[in-house]
Design a protein around this ligand. Structure first.
Ligand SMILES: NC(=O)c1ccc[n+]([C@@H]2O[C@H](COP(=O)([O-])OP(=O)(O)OC[C@H]3O[C@@H](n4cnc5c(N)ncnc54)[C@H](O)[C@@H]3O)[C@@H](O)[C@H]2O)c1
Length: 357
């Protein structure tokens, strides 16, 4: 059974804890330990998952014999804790974005190479079956050469305002949302980005004391001529029917694909909750035949894929063979960060940024 330690047990880290604890039943993984700076988080998660807890991840790395470590700290803390995990010789799964600097990603990738450690990035949009089908259609040539595309990903304002106002100013709609689709489109069309032009607006969140962009629009050109617009924002009003609104379309020489990644066909209106749409593909609470609830969906599957990969590598699998598969490796994390960093650079300079250097 693979022993897993998690660093960062907040809102999204909880999904890591759920994913690994659910794999215990089948004997594939054991959630062993959690490191977090917050005593309240450690107390709550210890009570819920029965994990050993550490207030310092370095102590967890030194004391526990872990087969893999996952990182779900705020974006700006990924670099140092990931480097510590790699220095301890552990394979690591890092939440997106790998790091918010190109140099940070390069340092992490170099450390993984030096310590011969597997490095994976959690880009769960790749695991959405609708996105997988688009990837297949493009890969098999059904759409022909992609000419242009359009992406939107928008969070309700509660995300930067209420979920993590402390670190939202160190993030942005591009780092938090855009990065998902920068990676997804690159993975679907299998082309590298060549130029980025972006604009951004700061108005609403700044007035609420959260100094970051309300919205960012980026146009990214890829090798072969495809040009894709990415609209991202953090200011959808409180009454909107879902926390995340998202979708994309791609137009090629031979066809078009359109995906509504938010409205998957289920709506409810409950007293006090108003109209809601449910993206059950991402996460859905199911009940097994023994009456025990568990979470399924591509959000969980993407994290559990780390265990698949650890098993594959343990049985002698070639890590290089994972490149280009559904698993995002360190290099994919770097490519997405390059795009997001160029988006911010372009907003500041008012000019397109050339990525071909
Ligand atoms: N894959 C996705 O769709 C998705 C969605 C939301 C968030 N995320 C990513 O997950 C990560 C965590 O986001 P979140 O919403 O859970 O944030 P959060 O603020 O709810 O949780 C972060 C946790 O990390 C802890 N922490 C901070 N620094 C630490 C350190 N040095 N060592 C140990 N623990 C530390 C904090 O105490 C907190 O409990 C971010 O990188 C975010 O971008 C991914």
């Amino acid at each position: 059974m693979l022993k897993i330690g998690v660093i960062g047990g907040g809102k999204f880290g909880t999904n890591h804890l759920i994913a690994f604890s659910q794999l215990e039943k089948s004997g594939r993984a054991k959630l062993v330990a959690l490191a977090d700076l917050s005593p309240e988080i450690l107390k709550t998660q210890q009570a819920r998952f029965g994990v050993k807890t550490y207030s310092d991840h370095r102590e967890m790395l030194a004391r526990e014999e872990l087969d893999g470590v996952t990182v779900a700290t705020p974006d700006h803390a990924h670099r140092s804790v990931t480097l510590d995990a790699l220095a301890a010789g552990k394979p690591v799964l890092v939440e997106k974005p790998l790091d918010t600097t190109v140099e940070g990603c390069q340092e992490i990738i170099a450390a993984a190479r030096q310590n011969k450690c597997f490095l994976q990035v959690d880009f769960h949009k790749r695991y959405d079956p609708y996105h997988q089908e688009t990837e297949r259609l493009v890969r098999e040539g059904n759409l022909g050469e992609i000419q242009y595309g359009y992406v939107h990903m928008e969070d309700r304002i509660e995300v930067p305002r209420d979920w993590f106002p402390g670190w939202a100013p160190k993030s942005s709609p591009a780092w938090f949302l855009g990065i998902h689709f920068y990676d997804l489109i690159r993975w679907i069309i299998k082309k590298e980005p060549v130029e980025v032009y972006a604009t951004g607006t700061k108005r609403v969140l700044v007035k609420l004391g959260v100094d970051t962009y309300d919205s960012i629009q980026a146009k990214i050109s890829f090798e072969g001529g495809a040009s894709v617009s990415f609209d991202t924002s953090w200011i959808t009003p409180d009454g909107f029917e879902a926390v995340v609104n998202q979708g994309f379309r791609l137009m090629g020489d031979r066809g078009v694909a359109e995906v509504d990644s938010q409205d998957r066909g289920m709506r409810t209106c409950l007293v006090g909750a108003g109209m809601q749409t449910h993206n059950l593909g991402f996460m859905v609470e199911k009940r097994d035949k023994w009456g025990k609830n568990f979470l399924a969906g591509y959000g969980i599957e993407a994290i559990a894929d780390f265990v698949d990969n650890l098993e594959y590598l343990k049985s002698g699998g070639d890590p290089a063979a994972l490149a280009g598969t559904i698993t995002a490796l360190g290099e994919d994390g770097l490519a997405a960060t390059r795009m997001a960093a160029a988006v911010h650079e372009s907003i500041k300079s008012g000019r397109p940024v050339n990525l071909k250097g």
